[in-house]
Design a protein around this ligand. Sequence first.
Ligand SMILES: *Cc1c(COP(=O)(O)O)cnc(C)c1O
Length: 348
Amino acid sequence: MSPIDLRSDTVTRPSDGMRTAMYEAEVGDDVYGEDPTVNQLQTRVAGRLGTEAALFVPSGTMANQLCLHVLTDPGDEVILERGSHVFNYETGAAGLLSGVQLHPLPGDRGRLKPSQVEAAVRPEADVMPRTRVLSIENTANKAGGVVYSLERSQALAAVARKHDLAVHLDGARLWNAATALDVPENALVAPADLTWVALSKGLGAPVGSVVAGPAPLIDDARRARKQFGGGMRQAGILAAAGLYALDHHRPELTRDHEKARQLAEGIAECPSFAIDLDAVETNIVMFEVPDDTADEVVTHLRDQGVLVKAFGPSTIRATTHRDVSMEAIEQAVNVLHAYADRAPAPTS
Ligand SMILES: *Cc1c(COP(=O)(O)O)cnc(C)c1O
Protein backbone atom coordinates (compact mmCIF):
# COMPACT_ATOMS: atom_id res chain seq x y z
CA MET A 1 0.00 0.00 0.00
CA SER A 2 1.33 3.47 -0.78
CA PRO A 3 2.00 5.59 2.30
CA ILE A 4 -0.26 8.39 3.49
CA ASP A 5 1.99 11.27 2.58
CA LEU A 6 1.41 14.31 4.80
CA ARG A 7 4.93 15.73 4.47
CA SER A 8 3.79 18.62 2.28
CA ASP A 9 1.16 19.74 -0.20
CA THR A 10 3.99 19.74 -2.77
CA VAL A 11 3.75 15.94 -3.04
CA THR A 12 0.52 16.21 -5.05
CA ARG A 13 0.71 14.61 -8.49
CA PRO A 14 -1.03 15.93 -11.59
CA SER A 15 -4.58 14.58 -11.96
CA ASP A 16 -5.67 12.81 -15.16
CA GLY A 17 -7.52 15.89 -16.37
CA MET A 18 -4.44 18.00 -15.71
CA ARG A 19 -2.22 15.61 -17.66
CA THR A 20 -4.61 15.79 -20.60
CA ALA A 21 -4.56 19.59 -20.49
CA MET A 22 -0.75 19.52 -20.47
CA TYR A 23 -0.66 17.09 -23.39
CA GLU A 24 -2.95 19.29 -25.43
CA ALA A 25 -1.31 22.62 -24.58
CA GLU A 26 -0.45 24.97 -27.42
CA VAL A 27 3.17 26.06 -26.94
CA GLY A 28 5.82 28.46 -28.25
CA ASP A 29 9.13 29.93 -27.09
CA ASP A 30 8.36 31.84 -23.91
CA VAL A 31 11.73 33.63 -23.82
CA TYR A 32 10.45 35.32 -27.01
CA GLY A 33 7.10 35.86 -25.24
CA GLU A 34 5.50 33.53 -27.79
CA ASP A 35 4.02 30.77 -25.69
CA PRO A 36 0.25 31.33 -25.88
CA THR A 37 -0.51 29.12 -22.88
CA VAL A 38 2.04 30.88 -20.65
CA ASN A 39 0.62 34.22 -21.77
CA GLN A 40 -2.89 33.02 -21.00
CA LEU A 41 -1.86 31.86 -17.52
CA GLN A 42 -0.13 35.17 -16.76
CA THR A 43 -3.17 37.14 -17.91
CA ARG A 44 -5.48 34.92 -15.91
CA VAL A 45 -3.49 35.15 -12.69
CA ALA A 46 -3.05 38.92 -13.02
CA GLY A 47 -6.82 39.23 -13.49
CA ARG A 48 -7.55 37.07 -10.53
CA LEU A 49 -5.08 38.84 -8.23
CA GLY A 50 -6.08 42.29 -9.50
CA THR A 51 -2.59 43.24 -10.69
CA GLU A 52 -1.49 44.82 -13.95
CA ALA A 53 0.84 42.01 -14.99
CA ALA A 54 2.19 38.60 -14.00
CA LEU A 55 5.15 36.32 -14.74
CA PHE A 56 5.35 32.52 -14.76
CA VAL A 57 8.43 31.24 -12.90
CA PRO A 58 9.80 27.78 -12.09
CA SER A 59 9.54 27.87 -8.29
CA GLY A 60 8.35 29.76 -5.27
CA THR A 61 11.91 30.29 -4.16
CA MET A 62 12.72 32.00 -7.44
CA ALA A 63 9.52 34.04 -7.09
CA ASN A 64 10.57 35.28 -3.64
CA GLN A 65 14.08 36.05 -4.82
CA LEU A 66 12.88 37.92 -7.91
CA CYS A 67 10.56 40.04 -5.78
CA LEU A 68 13.33 40.96 -3.35
CA HIS A 69 15.76 41.58 -6.20
CA VAL A 70 13.56 44.09 -7.99
CA LEU A 71 12.52 45.88 -4.79
CA THR A 72 16.00 46.44 -3.32
CA ASP A 73 19.56 47.57 -3.93
CA PRO A 74 22.56 45.73 -2.45
CA GLY A 75 23.07 46.68 1.20
CA ASP A 76 19.36 47.26 1.84
CA GLU A 77 17.45 45.53 4.60
CA VAL A 78 14.26 43.46 4.49
CA ILE A 79 12.03 43.09 7.56
CA LEU A 80 10.36 39.71 7.88
CA GLU A 81 9.06 37.24 10.43
CA ARG A 82 11.71 34.89 11.85
CA GLY A 83 9.85 31.75 10.77
CA SER A 84 9.52 32.93 7.19
CA HIS A 85 10.51 30.81 4.22
CA VAL A 86 12.77 33.56 2.85
CA PHE A 87 14.73 33.59 6.10
CA ASN A 88 14.89 29.83 6.78
CA TYR A 89 14.55 27.75 3.66
CA GLU A 90 16.13 29.55 0.73
CA THR A 91 19.76 28.69 1.41
CA GLY A 92 20.78 32.31 1.99
CA ALA A 93 19.72 33.31 -1.52
CA ALA A 94 18.72 36.87 -0.61
CA GLY A 95 22.30 37.61 0.47
CA LEU A 96 23.78 35.78 -2.49
CA LEU A 97 21.56 37.06 -5.30
CA SER A 98 20.59 40.51 -4.11
CA GLY A 99 23.14 41.45 -1.44
CA VAL A 100 20.43 42.33 1.05
CA GLN A 101 20.36 41.84 4.80
CA LEU A 102 17.39 40.16 6.44
CA HIS A 103 15.97 41.52 9.69
CA PRO A 104 13.86 38.81 11.33
CA LEU A 105 11.26 39.67 13.98
CA PRO A 106 9.32 37.26 16.23
CA GLY A 107 5.66 37.37 15.28
CA ASP A 108 2.60 36.22 17.16
CA ARG A 109 1.97 32.79 15.65
CA GLY A 110 4.12 33.73 12.69
CA ARG A 111 2.39 37.02 12.04
CA LEU A 112 4.04 40.41 12.33
CA LYS A 113 2.37 43.25 14.21
CA PRO A 114 2.32 46.75 12.76
CA SER A 115 3.83 48.22 15.95
CA GLN A 116 6.87 45.93 15.88
CA VAL A 117 7.47 46.67 12.21
CA GLU A 118 7.27 50.36 12.93
CA ALA A 119 9.84 49.96 15.72
CA ALA A 120 12.19 47.96 13.46
CA VAL A 121 12.39 50.46 10.60
CA ARG A 122 15.87 52.02 10.65
CA PRO A 123 16.32 55.74 10.88
CA GLU A 124 18.23 57.42 8.05
CA ALA A 125 21.87 57.22 9.15
CA ASP A 126 25.23 56.74 7.45
CA VAL A 127 26.01 53.70 9.56
CA MET A 128 22.77 51.82 9.01
CA PRO A 129 21.30 49.75 6.21
CA ARG A 130 18.26 51.24 4.50
CA THR A 131 15.07 49.39 5.40
CA ARG A 132 13.42 48.95 2.03
CA VAL A 133 11.00 46.03 2.12
CA LEU A 134 8.48 44.51 4.49
CA SER A 135 8.03 40.85 3.60
CA ILE A 136 4.99 38.94 4.84
CA GLU A 137 3.91 35.35 4.30
CA ASN A 138 0.22 34.48 3.99
CA THR A 139 -0.40 31.82 5.10
CA ALA A 140 2.56 31.61 7.47
CA ASN A 141 3.93 28.13 6.87
CA LYS A 142 6.21 27.48 9.83
CA ALA A 143 3.60 28.84 12.23
CA GLY A 144 1.18 26.18 11.00
CA GLY A 145 -0.50 27.79 8.02
CA VAL A 146 -1.99 30.66 10.00
CA VAL A 147 -3.71 33.45 8.12
CA TYR A 148 -3.08 37.18 8.05
CA SER A 149 -6.49 38.82 8.15
CA LEU A 150 -7.34 41.53 5.68
CA GLU A 151 -7.23 44.11 8.48
CA ARG A 152 -3.75 43.04 9.64
CA SER A 153 -2.44 43.06 6.06
CA GLN A 154 -3.79 46.55 5.52
CA ALA A 155 -2.42 47.85 8.83
CA LEU A 156 1.03 46.47 7.98
CA ALA A 157 0.90 48.03 4.53
CA ALA A 158 -0.01 51.37 6.09
CA VAL A 159 3.12 51.26 8.29
CA ALA A 160 5.18 50.28 5.25
CA ARG A 161 3.83 53.17 3.17
CA LYS A 162 4.45 55.63 5.98
CA HIS A 163 8.13 54.65 5.96
CA ASP A 164 8.46 54.24 2.21
CA LEU A 165 8.92 50.47 2.36
CA ALA A 166 7.69 48.19 -0.40
CA VAL A 167 5.48 45.28 0.68
CA HIS A 168 6.41 41.83 -0.58
CA LEU A 169 3.81 39.12 -0.09
CA ASP A 170 4.91 35.47 -0.17
CA GLY A 171 1.65 33.89 -1.34
CA ALA A 172 2.79 30.28 -1.64
CA ARG A 173 -0.50 29.45 0.09
CA LEU A 174 -2.46 32.61 -0.60
CA TRP A 175 -5.19 30.38 -2.05
CA ASN A 176 -5.55 28.75 1.36
CA ALA A 177 -5.67 32.13 3.11
CA ALA A 178 -8.41 33.35 0.75
CA THR A 179 -10.31 30.09 1.25
CA ALA A 180 -10.09 30.32 5.04
CA LEU A 181 -11.16 33.97 5.12
CA ASP A 182 -13.70 33.50 2.34
CA VAL A 183 -12.45 36.60 0.53
CA PRO A 184 -11.23 36.86 -3.07
CA GLU A 185 -7.46 36.66 -3.51
CA ASN A 186 -7.29 40.18 -4.92
CA ALA A 187 -8.37 41.64 -1.57
CA LEU A 188 -5.37 40.03 0.14
CA VAL A 189 -3.00 41.07 -2.64
CA ALA A 190 -4.10 44.72 -2.79
CA PRO A 191 -1.94 45.87 0.17
CA ALA A 192 1.22 44.41 -1.45
CA ASP A 193 3.49 45.93 -4.09
CA LEU A 194 4.65 42.58 -5.39
CA THR A 195 3.32 39.11 -4.68
CA TRP A 196 3.37 35.58 -6.00
CA VAL A 197 1.26 32.45 -5.81
CA ALA A 198 2.24 28.79 -6.07
CA LEU A 199 0.59 26.40 -8.49
CA SER A 200 2.59 23.39 -7.28
CA LYS A 201 1.38 23.16 -3.69
CA GLY A 202 -2.29 22.72 -2.79
CA LEU A 203 -3.31 23.47 -6.36
CA GLY A 204 -1.58 20.30 -7.50
CA ALA A 205 0.35 21.42 -10.60
CA PRO A 206 3.73 19.68 -11.06
CA VAL A 207 5.79 22.89 -11.38
CA GLY A 208 5.40 26.62 -11.24
CA SER A 209 4.59 29.84 -9.46
CA VAL A 210 3.37 33.19 -10.75
CA VAL A 211 4.72 36.59 -9.67
CA ALA A 212 2.18 39.42 -9.89
CA GLY A 213 2.38 43.21 -9.67
CA PRO A 214 2.59 46.45 -11.62
CA ALA A 215 3.88 46.12 -15.22
CA PRO A 216 7.20 47.97 -14.67
CA LEU A 217 8.11 45.69 -11.74
CA ILE A 218 7.09 42.60 -13.70
CA ASP A 219 9.31 43.78 -16.59
CA ASP A 220 12.21 44.02 -14.12
CA ALA A 221 11.34 40.59 -12.75
CA ARG A 222 11.34 39.09 -16.28
CA ARG A 223 14.85 40.43 -16.81
CA ALA A 224 16.03 39.10 -13.46
CA ARG A 225 14.36 35.75 -14.18
CA LYS A 226 16.65 35.41 -17.20
CA GLN A 227 19.68 36.39 -15.10
CA PHE A 228 18.77 33.79 -12.49
CA GLY A 229 18.44 31.12 -15.17
CA GLY A 230 14.68 30.85 -15.04
CA GLY A 231 13.81 31.72 -18.65
CA MET A 232 11.90 28.72 -20.00
CA ARG A 233 11.07 27.80 -23.57
CA GLN A 234 7.95 25.71 -24.36
CA ALA A 235 6.72 26.22 -20.81
CA GLY A 236 3.08 26.18 -21.94
CA ILE A 237 3.05 22.49 -21.09
CA LEU A 238 3.53 23.53 -17.46
CA ALA A 239 1.34 26.62 -17.65
CA ALA A 240 -1.52 24.42 -18.92
CA ALA A 241 -1.34 22.53 -15.63
CA GLY A 242 -1.66 25.85 -13.79
CA LEU A 243 -4.69 26.93 -15.80
CA TYR A 244 -6.29 23.55 -15.17
CA ALA A 245 -5.54 23.87 -11.46
CA LEU A 246 -7.22 27.27 -11.25
CA ASP A 247 -10.37 25.95 -12.91
CA HIS A 248 -10.63 22.54 -11.30
CA HIS A 249 -8.51 22.31 -8.16
CA ARG A 250 -8.74 25.76 -6.62
CA PRO A 251 -12.45 25.39 -5.78
CA GLU A 252 -11.69 22.18 -3.85
CA LEU A 253 -9.27 23.66 -1.30
CA THR A 254 -11.93 23.85 1.42
CA ARG A 255 -11.74 20.07 1.59
CA ASP A 256 -8.04 20.21 2.46
CA HIS A 257 -8.94 22.45 5.37
CA GLU A 258 -11.64 20.04 6.54
CA LYS A 259 -9.11 17.22 6.43
CA ALA A 260 -6.64 19.27 8.50
CA ARG A 261 -9.36 20.00 11.05
CA GLN A 262 -10.22 16.29 11.27
CA LEU A 263 -6.57 15.36 11.72
CA ALA A 264 -6.02 18.07 14.34
CA GLU A 265 -9.03 16.97 16.36
CA GLY A 266 -7.76 13.39 16.25
CA ILE A 267 -4.37 14.53 17.51
CA ALA A 268 -6.00 16.59 20.28
CA GLU A 269 -7.50 13.36 21.65
CA CYS A 270 -4.01 11.92 22.25
CA PRO A 271 -2.80 12.78 25.76
CA SER A 272 0.84 12.45 24.72
CA PHE A 273 0.60 15.06 21.95
CA ALA A 274 -0.02 18.77 22.41
CA ILE A 275 -1.80 20.84 19.79
CA ASP A 276 -3.30 24.31 19.63
CA LEU A 277 -6.52 23.70 17.74
CA ASP A 278 -7.12 27.44 17.31
CA ALA A 279 -3.91 27.67 15.28
CA VAL A 280 -5.18 25.17 12.70
CA GLU A 281 -6.72 27.58 10.22
CA THR A 282 -5.89 26.03 6.84
CA ASN A 283 -4.22 22.82 5.59
CA ILE A 284 -1.24 22.65 7.97
CA VAL A 285 -1.26 20.91 11.35
CA MET A 286 1.60 21.51 13.79
CA PHE A 287 1.77 19.49 16.98
CA GLU A 288 4.18 18.85 19.82
CA VAL A 289 5.49 15.46 20.86
CA PRO A 290 7.26 14.47 24.12
CA ASP A 291 10.69 16.07 24.64
CA ASP A 292 12.96 15.95 21.63
CA THR A 293 11.34 12.88 20.11
CA ALA A 294 10.13 14.39 16.83
CA ASP A 295 12.61 12.37 14.73
CA GLU A 296 11.71 9.21 16.57
CA VAL A 297 7.98 9.79 16.08
CA VAL A 298 8.50 10.56 12.38
CA THR A 299 10.40 7.28 11.93
CA HIS A 300 7.79 5.28 13.83
CA LEU A 301 4.94 6.77 11.81
CA ARG A 302 6.84 6.15 8.58
CA ASP A 303 7.12 2.49 9.46
CA GLN A 304 3.36 2.49 9.93
CA GLY A 305 2.79 4.08 6.50
CA VAL A 306 2.25 7.69 7.57
CA LEU A 307 4.73 10.32 6.37
CA VAL A 308 5.06 13.60 8.31
CA LYS A 309 7.91 16.06 8.88
CA ALA A 310 9.88 17.06 11.95
CA PHE A 311 9.80 20.87 12.19
CA GLY A 312 11.80 21.14 15.40
CA PRO A 313 13.15 18.80 18.10
CA SER A 314 9.64 18.29 19.50
CA THR A 315 7.48 19.66 16.70
CA ILE A 316 5.88 17.80 13.81
CA ARG A 317 4.12 19.19 10.75
CA ALA A 318 1.42 17.36 8.83
CA THR A 319 0.01 18.94 5.70
CA THR A 320 -3.21 17.90 4.00
CA HIS A 321 -3.76 18.07 0.25
CA ARG A 322 -5.89 16.82 -2.62
CA ASP A 323 -4.10 13.46 -2.93
CA VAL A 324 -4.99 12.33 0.57
CA SER A 325 -8.58 11.28 1.24
CA MET A 326 -10.62 11.80 4.39
CA GLU A 327 -10.42 8.00 4.89
CA ALA A 328 -6.63 8.21 4.77
CA ILE A 329 -6.76 10.98 7.38
CA GLU A 330 -8.82 8.73 9.64
CA GLN A 331 -6.26 5.97 9.16
CA ALA A 332 -3.45 8.37 9.99
CA VAL A 333 -5.28 9.38 13.18
CA ASN A 334 -5.52 5.70 14.17
CA VAL A 335 -1.78 5.28 13.67
CA LEU A 336 -1.12 8.38 15.78
CA HIS A 337 -3.40 7.11 18.53
CA ALA A 338 -1.64 3.74 18.53
CA TYR A 339 1.70 5.51 18.96
CA ALA A 340 0.40 7.90 21.61
CA ASP A 341 -1.11 5.09 23.67
CA ARG A 342 2.35 3.72 24.33
CA ALA A 343 4.31 7.00 24.62
CA PRO A 344 4.80 9.09 27.77
CA ALA A 345 2.98 12.39 28.14
CA PRO A 346 4.92 15.57 27.24
CA THR A 347 6.35 17.43 30.19
CA SER A 348 5.64 20.90 28.82
C1 LIG B 1 7.10 26.25 -0.53
C2 LIG B 1 7.26 27.65 -0.13
C3 LIG B 1 8.11 28.50 -0.82
C4 LIG B 1 9.03 28.02 -1.93
O1 LIG B 1 8.41 27.41 -2.99
P1 LIG B 1 9.23 26.34 -3.88
O2 LIG B 1 8.37 26.22 -5.10
O3 LIG B 1 9.30 25.10 -3.07
O4 LIG B 1 10.56 26.93 -4.17
C5 LIG B 1 8.18 29.82 -0.42
N1 LIG B 1 7.43 30.28 0.58
C6 LIG B 1 6.60 29.49 1.30
C7 LIG B 1 5.78 30.07 2.39
C8 LIG B 1 6.49 28.15 0.97
O5 LIG B 1 5.69 27.37 1.69
